[in-house]
Design a protein around this ligand. Structure first.
Ligand code: PLP
Length: 287
């Protein structure tokens, strides 16, 4: 069975980054771990890494892993998790006593283009019936206005959770990162305007598709490799490793050469987000 989200299951705050931080500190003790796949949204590394929580593959033996964290749609891949993959994550979390945190901030930044006809559409974890699969109190969804509405200055983010105790604790914490009254008012007006929403979201998705086709076309023409079949977000994950210099002392290019390429791009007036910020597994990848 799938149930509608209730008002008392939502805690609002000034953006996803802040409320994610509150969520992680509510679920974890210092030193606990969170599973995050690589590459990951750079903010995940900040929440789970710099604040003494180490990612799984660096965890010490005996470290308590509390949660699995995903961005769906994925940042930086610009793709959505399949329903089957989400079900498998739910089963995994139930079996291993983990929480499932799904950051769905790009939920409506999805699009269709001639080149991504086969791409998997977006499914919210909240849209998948979960009886007998996972205790619904283990699932926590994050959403915010920064991406789908291109407004990360008008701070608003939220967590949706069916764990009453967690919601109670987080409602208390949210008092320290309250959204501003102008943002509150603006979002109420926008979200209650069905005609505007319909126009805005279809135009947003049309422009994203156009931008994707434009960039993918350039990359294809230049023979530059990238993660194909994207249908979400406003970025592509591209492989510029061919442009890395060889190290003077021989061997394969590493972080140093990657940083040099990053600087070269900036000097040339091109700013791309370097893969190192996304915990990229290979050098030379950029978003
Ligand atoms: C996956 C993901 N979550 C959260 C955020 C940040 O959201 P907010 O602006 O609401 O803090 C970003 C911004 O890039 C993001 O990509």
């Amino acid at each position: 069975m799938m149930e509608d989200v209730q008002l008392e299951e939502i805690v609002v705050s000034a953006g996803v980054s802040g409320i994610m931080d509150h969520l992680v500190w509510t679920l974890c003790d210092e030193g606990d771990g969170i599973l995050v796949g690589k590459p990951m949204y750079s903010g995940f590394a900040k929440v789970c890494y710099e604040r003494e929580l180490r990612i799984f593959n660096k965890s010490k033996p005996g470290r308590k892993i509390r949660a699995l964290l995903i961005a769906n749609p994925h940042n930086p891949f610009g793709k959505c998790y399949s329903r089957q993959a989400l079900l498998a994550y739910m089963e995994f979390c139930e079996a291993h006593d983990l929480h499932l945190i799904a950051d769905e901030i790009y939920a409506m930044s999805i699009f269709k283009t001639p080149s991504n006809k086969e791409a998997i559409g977006f499914h919210s974890v909240l849209s998948i019936p979960n009886v007998g699969i996972i205790d619904p109190r283990r699932i926590h969804v994050l959403y915010g206005m920064s991406k789908d509405f291109s407004s990360n200055g008008l701070r608003l983010g939220m967590v949706i959770s069916r764990d009453k105790k967690l919601v109670e604790v987080m409602a208390g914490l949210a008092l320290f990162s309250w959204t501003s009254s102008p943002a509150d008012l603006a979002w109420c007006i926008i979200l209650e305007d069905a005609a505007f929403l319909e126009y805005y979201l279809s135009e947003h998705q049309r422009r994203l598709a156009e931008g994707y086709e434009f960039l993918a076309g350039i990359l294809d023409n230049l023979g530059i490799n990238y993660v194909k079949g994207g249908n979400a977000g406003f970025f592509l994950w591209i492989d510029l490793s061919f442009a890395l210099e060889r190290p003077a002392h021989g061997g394969e290019p590493g972080i140093e050469e990657d940083m040099r390429l990053d600087q070269k791009l900036i000097r040339g007036g091109v700013h791309l987000a370097a893969g190192i910020g996304y915990q990229a597994e290979k050098v030379g990848w950029y978003r």
